[in-house]
Each structure stands twice: as C-alpha cells, then as structure tokens.
Design a protein around this ligand. Structure first.
Ligand SMILES: O=C(O)C1=C[C@@H](OP(=O)(O)O)[C@@H](O)[C@H](O)C1
Ligand SMILES: C=C(OP(=O)(O)O)C(=O)O
Length: 421
C-alpha cells in the first residue's frame, strides 16, 4: 500500500493481532546476490528476492553497468552477467541504500573509466571514508568530498589488484563486505585484514561469505580478523533469498505487545541473518533483559526499544554507537519518538539508550506524530506503539518502501486500521 499521505495514524485496538503475514525477502541477501550474479559470466536466477527501493537502486545501477535484468515474477529475478562492467553514461544514484552504494563503490573499480556514485541527502551524511581509504591504499583511485561521505568518484582501471587490504569496520561492516564481494575477481589472491577486534554486525560478514560461496567463491580464515579469498571468479547459479529477519522483528514484537499469534510462515531458526537473535530477547517480555548489547542486532534495536517502552524493566542498549550513522541518527530518533509518547521514557548516556519501561504506557501515552526522519525502521517500529496507544501518527509512512513496501498492507491483513492525514 503506497499511502502518499504526510502521516498515517494507527487506530489502536484492544484485540490481539492474529493471522498470517508475508515477510519480504532479505534486503542484505538480495543486494549481495544481485551484485555477485552480475559479476558472473552467464545467467543466474534469484527467487524470493526483495523488490524495494534499496534493491531497485541496485538493479538500476547494475543495468547502467551493462547487466541485463529480467523479472520472471514479482520476486524472481534473472540476471545475465557478461564478466565485466561497462562504463555508465550517467552517474549511479543509490538513494539511501547503504548496501548498494558501499558494495558498488568497490565493484566500480572493474569499470574502465570514471564512475560517480551518489545518493540522497541522507546518504550524503553517511560516512564512507574508511572504505575509500582502503581502496586507495589497494591501488584503486576513489575520491569523496572532505565530508568523507558520498558522492564517490571511482577512477576504474578495469581490474582490482588484490593483495592484502586493511579495513576498519567500526562505522560499518558493509565496508568489509564490499571488499570481500569483489575479491574473487582480483588479479591476485586477496587477504582482507580487519583493523580492529570487535566490529559490530559480524553476522553480516557471514551473510556475505554465504552468498559468495553459493556462487563458487573460496574464502578461508586462519584467524578471526583475516579473510583469504581465492581468485575463483563467480559461477552463475540459482539462488534462493531467505525472508528478511529485520522485517520479521516487527511481527514478533507485535505478537508480544498484543498477546496475539502471527504466522510468518517461518520460524526464527529459519533465518541466518543476525537480527533473528532479537526473537529470543523478546521472549522474556514484559521483563526484558536490563542490558541489551545491540552490536550484532543493530537493525532490530528500534523494534526492541519500542517494545521495551511497554515492558516492566529499565533496559540499557549498549554497543549501538553506529546507529548514529544509519538512515538517520537512530539513537536520537528513537529517543525523540519515545519521549513524545511520554516524557522521560528514554534517556541517552553517551551512545547508550536507556528505556524506562512502563507497563501502563497505553494509559499514560500522549497522542503525537512520530518524526521518522524518513527512516523506514523508525516508521515500522513506532507503528507498534500505535497498536497499543491512542493517537500515534507516523510521518512519511512511505519511507517503509526502502525495505518493506508492503508493511502497512501486511498490518492491515491482521486487522489493523489506519487513518491518513
Ligand atoms: O551488510 C548489510 O547488509 C547490513 C549491515 C548493517 O549495516 P552496518 O554494517 O553499516 O552496520 C545493517 O545495519 C544494514 O541494514 C545491512
Ligand atoms: C541500516 C540500514 O540500511 P543500509 O545501511 O543498508 O542503508 C537498515 O536497513 O536498517
């Protein structure tokens, strides 16, 4: 459901949410598989793929780079890789899709000539300089403005040199994935060395590895911080994309909040993505753990924070510093949204977010409009508060199209009613 309304109000109801919903394909896996399939020579097909703003930006860019892409159904995509990427006639526009711009920046080194990759005003505030520094050190000339954020200009030589590359993944694990994804096509075998021991979102590196291996890559590690990647190239294949675990968290939380039963068609164990771990944490609701380390479940933090607001514990979320450089500053956005619903519900200490649960929140909540800052996860998680509290409106509801265009439709299948203003 595209709303094109400035706000959507969730009309809360005391009824438990019950029924069946469809969770779309994983954004992270779809955008990896699209790129890897594009880097093969031959035809690959993806089933269960996500078709949303983020994956459309990736597909449009790949088409500009000379890859033929066809849809055989809404979620089945066929790609013909030619073994090379051609120079696009225009710059590549990637909206606010972190995976698309980060993964393509390294891949564009395979183009012979200059390629400019840009995004929207939010993306132009999301740092990418650690990836740019590593690419330059590895012999790939890329520039960004002094902000350290896109647009990125890649001066491709038609090849990736390979060898040993150091990379910092503290700000984003996508920088590491970006280097890994192109490594099988390098001139020399590649070793990627992580600059620090504790990076967040390690689970996403595992997803990168799994997609690469499905297309024939060989990756081995002799220690936790080094990845050795052989010069295998990629082999076309049929690849099945699993559903999106971050999208599933909204329904797992809705079950807990309303005491309902929602059938996603999958169990939490069916997901290989890191956010599936949020399911286990939610099981103790209303008494959530008092300390939640969000480092490995970053995209599920807004969901957990809204759930925590209705719980009986005070929850401190740690390990979430890089939530400040996602689609918006999510620590600030969640803090602001919760305090609009009830002043004092959340506080920030350094980069920790503390949510003081109130089991009687539906009685204490103020009607308000949540400023999503155009961030799909802020919109989707605060919609959960609207299931329980009267008068919760969500600004820019169409921002869910980044990863879950059918979100409002799926909620309505469970009997949730909306009013548009
Ligand atoms: O690699 C990926 O697919 C992702 C990694 C995470 O980002 P960071 O690595 O930037 O933390 C996550 O937040 C994002 O939604 C998807
Ligand atoms: C952080 C996210 O996206 P990305 O970094 O891929 O833009 C997200 O989907 O929550």
């Amino acid at each position: 459901m595209t709303t094109t309304s400035p706000t959507i109000e969730i009309l809360c109801s005391p009824l438990p949410l019950c029924g069946k919903v469809a969770v779309p394909g994983s954004k992270s896996i779809t955008n990896r598989a699209l790129l890897v399939a594009a880097l093969t020579t031959g035809t690959s097909s993806l089933s269960g793929a996500l078709v949303s703003d983020d994956t459309r930006y990736m597909m449009k860019a790949l088409t500009q780079l000379g890859v033929r892409i066809n849809f055989s159904s809404d979620t089945n995509i066929e790609l013909d890789g030619t073994g090379s990427l051609k120079q696009p006639s225009d710059s590549l526009y990637l909206g606010n899709a972190g995976t698309a711009i980060r993964f393509l920046t390294a891949a564009c080194a395979l183009v012979e000539g200059k390629v400019v990759l840009n995004g929207d005003e939010h993306m132009q505030k999301r740092p990418i300089h650690p990836l740019i520094d590593s690419l330059n050190t590895a012999g790939i000339h890329v520039t960004v403005p002094s902000s350290g954020c896109p647009p990125c200009t890649v001066y491709g030589q038609g090849f990736i040199p390979g060898g040993t590359i150091n990379i910092s993944g503290t700000l984003s694990s996508q920088f590491i994935s970006s280097l890994m994804l192109v490594a099988p096509l390098s001139k020399r075998a590649t070793t990627i060395k992580l600059a620090e021991d504790n990076i967040g979102a390690l689970g996403y590196i595992e997803i990168t590895r799994a997609v690469m291996e499905a297309f024939g890559a060989h990756i081995y590690q002799d220690d936790e911080n080094s990845f050795h990647i052989a010069r295998t190239g990629y082999t076309p294949c049929h690849f099945r994309v699993e559903p999106d675990a971050s999208a599933a968290t909204y329904f797992w939380a809705a079950e807990k909040l309303t005491g309902g039963k929602i059938d996603l068609g999958y169990t939490p164990n069916d997901f290989s993505q890191p956010d599936a771990a949020a399911h286990r944490l939610m099981q103790s609701f209303p008494s959530l753990p008092t300390l939640i380390d969000g480092a490995q479940i970053q995209d599920a933090i807004p969901t957990l924070a809204v759930l925590a607001a209705f719980g009986s514990s005070t929850v401190r979320f740690t390990g979430i510093a890089n939530l400040r450089v996602k689609e918006c500053d999510r620590i600030a956005a969640v803090h602001k949204g919760l305090n609009c619903i009830k002043p004092g519900l959340a506080t920030i200490e350094g980069d920790d977010l503390i949510v003081v649960g109130d089991p009687a929140l539906p009685k204490h909540a103020h009607p308000c409009t949540i400023d999503t800052m155009s961030d799909h996860r802020i919109a989707m998680s605060f919609a959960l508060a609207g299931l329980k509290c009267r008068g919760i409106k969500i600004s820019e509801p169409d921002c869910v199209g980044k990863t879950f265009p059918g979100y409002w439709t799926e909620l309505s299948k469970l009997g949730v009613l909306f009013s548009y203003t």
